[in-house]
Design a protein. Structure first.
Lengths: 277, 304
């Protein structure tokens, strides 16, 4: 019997290393991340540019509270929608891509410990998307405030709540990616995964009313609405913010982020472990 | 050593594999034969822990495969050459597999050279590969961990004649090194020159598990063709011996139930001249067809 290569004990860190090789060896990864990041920054910069242009025509109350306008430009609602779509797709493809191509069978033959493998995949995607989100949110903040500095209205990052705008927008990327992975692991079909992820992350937040207590609870428990609460620096104090019938808190919104990310990650690991491939 | 015991897999009302038991020993190339839909792939997937058996056990080297945290050093498998991501290069694909199993990077280049995917081909996206090249890549992945057990599902599909010869040589060499080599196919002709042991299944059930020679002997008994100017007299002698004789034209006889040696002896005893004396051993293909005739899932030209 030939055993040229002795069997070394399994080491978890080998798996994220392998998943990282898989992610960076696909051209589509570079395309997805490299094209969406500048687009998002440009989208936010354009909002700041509009406010920069219109600034002389705004009335006195707006001028007085312009810090809230500036922080809103730092990461706009439109950019958040695009970020969710991009991040969720990347997360979903990381899982569904393996099923759609059949690679998953090769993967599990090489690594029969499926939980460890999926944990590694979740870790790598989370790390990459967190860096991606930080770059997009950080660059957006720097660019938008630099533009508004032209009117002397750029908000320094040390301003109360400014960090929260950057952090919440950055973390929206890994949260969305994890939801994409979780849905992908359950559905295992490309098109259906994308539709379902889009419905949950992007459509549901606008469909659910806040009229009744229970629907308001559902609404507030959605990641996009949690993000909106976190970046709303003037919440409850500022006249331009809509007063909510069932108010939410910053802490509660962070919890929403954490729960969605956590549940999606566990789902991806557990479901894949239990099913035939 | 591969051991399958009373293995069963049901998908709703359909039974893909039923009460299947067999053993595959090291040091041999064992062919896994059966018509399309016989349950070969399902059995291989159960062995690799990809599909959970409904009942029974499937072990490799005494272990359930899924109990190993990493697989490549225990079993090398090529299930489907398409089970890769077309966007990656062969080198990146193998590198990722090797990395996860703590296999040194140089091993990737070794197996690439071994299967003949060298130079620019190894750096090209797999999506641009022909089926034959994908088979080579799949074989490279199976060899990566230098495993004692190797399984291949229809590895000859898409290979050119040179590739087929190479694969046969490779399988024999792997078996000669003391490894267990288990190769599935739906074509007997592919196995005839590759395997020395056979596991034959049909409709998810075991039909035979024996050596190639024993399997060949199951088919129709060998026929001896004799040409003689005295064919009439010879036919009479042979009939008296109890052999079944069939006349073909003026001087040709097809004999069953008496071997070439016996026919020659009888001719000599009776001073009958022979022009030709040849044995047609039953083809493995015929034996395979006869044995699996009842278990073919999709028979052509059949009225139902």
């Amino acid at each position: 019997m030939t055993t040229a290569l002795a069997v070394p004990p399994a080491r978890f860190t080998d798996l994220p290393a392998a998943e990282w090789i898989k992610l960076r060896s696909l051209r589509s990864t570079y395309w997805a991340l490299g094209s969406s990041a500048p687009a998002l920054v440009a989208f936010n910069a354009n909002a700041a540019r509009a406010d920069y242009t219109n600034y002389p025509h705004y009335n006195e109350p707006i001028h007085r509270d312009f810090v809230y306008w500036a922080l809103r430009d730092a990461f706009t609602q439109g950019a958040a929608l695009m970020l969710v779509l991009a991040a969720a797709s990347i997360g979903a493809i990381a899982v569904v891509g393996e099923y759609a191509t059949g690679l998953i069978r090769t993967t599990f033959t090489a690594v029969p410990d499926r939980r460890a493998l999926m944990t590694a995949k979740v870790a790598v995607v989370t790390a990459v998307m967190t860096v991606y989100g930080a770059v997009v949110a950080g660059a957006s903040y720097a660019v938008t405030q630099a533009i508004l500095d032209g009117r002397g209205q750029g908000v320094p990052i040390g301003h109360p709540g400014a960090w929260r705008v950057v952090a919440a927008s950055a973390l929206l990327a890994p949260v969305s990616a994890l939801v994409g992975m979780g849905v992908g692991a359950v559905v295992r079909h490309s098109a259906t995964t994308m539709v379902l992820t889009t419905v949950v992350l992007l459509l549901l937040p606008s469909f659910v009313t806040e009229r009744y207590h229970w629907t308001a609870c559902v609404r507030n428990a959605l990641p996009l609405n949690a993000w909106a609460r976190l970046v709303d620096v003037g919440y409850g104090t500022h006249p331009f913010t809509i007063a909510r019938r069932y108010p939410t808190t910053v802490g509660g919104s962070w919890v929403v982020f954490a729960v969605w990310a956590g549940v999606a990650a566990v789902l991806a690991v557990v479901v894949v472990d239990r099913r035939d491939v | 050593m591969i051991e399958v015991e009373q293995l069963t897999k049901r998908y709703g009302p359909t039974t893909a594999v039923r009460d299947l038991s067999f053993t595959v020993r090291p040091g041999h190339v064992t062919g896994f034969l059966g018509p399309n839909g016989a349950g070969k792939t399902t059995t291989l997937r159960m062995l690799l822990g990809l599909v959970e058996p409904t009942a029974g056990t499937a072990t490799i080297g005494g272990h359930v495969f899924r109990d190993h945290p990493r697989g490549l050093r225990h079993v090398g498998a090529l299930l489907d050459a398409h089970d890769v991501h077309g966007g990656r290069s062969a080198r990146a694909h193998l590198h990722a597999l090797a990395r996860g199993n703590r296999i040194p990077r140089r091993r990737v280049e070794e197996v690439l050279a071994e299967v003949g995917l060298t130079g620019a081909a190894a750096g090209r996206r797999i999506g641009t590969y022909s089926l034959g090249m994908r088979q080579r890549l799949g074989i490279a992945a199976a060899l990566l961990g230098d495993p004692p057990v190797l399984m291949f599902d229809e590895p000859l599909n898409g290979l050119d004649p040179e590739g087929v010869l190479w694969v046969r040589g490779l399988f024999r060499r792997l078996a000669h090194e003391g490894r267990t080599v288990f190769v599935s196919s739906h074509l007997m002709s592919e196995m005839e020159h590759t395997a020395d042991e056979l596991v034959v299944i049909g409709r998810g059930e075991l039909i035979a598990a024996e050596s190639l020679t024993a399997f060949a002997a199951r088919g129709t008994a060998p026929t001896v063709t004799v040409r003689s100017p005295d064919s009439g007299a010879l036919a009479a002698v042979l009939a008296k011996e109890g052999a079944a004789v069939e006349r073909h034209g003026d001087d040709t006889l097809k004999v069953q139930g008496a071997g070439a040696v016996r026919v020659g002896e009888l001719a000599h005893e009776h001073r009958l001249l022979l022009w030709e004396l040849t044995t047609q051993s039953a083809s493995l293909e015929t034996a395979f067809m006869e044995l699996t005739a009842d278990s073919v899932e999709y028979a052509a030209g059949e009225t139902r």
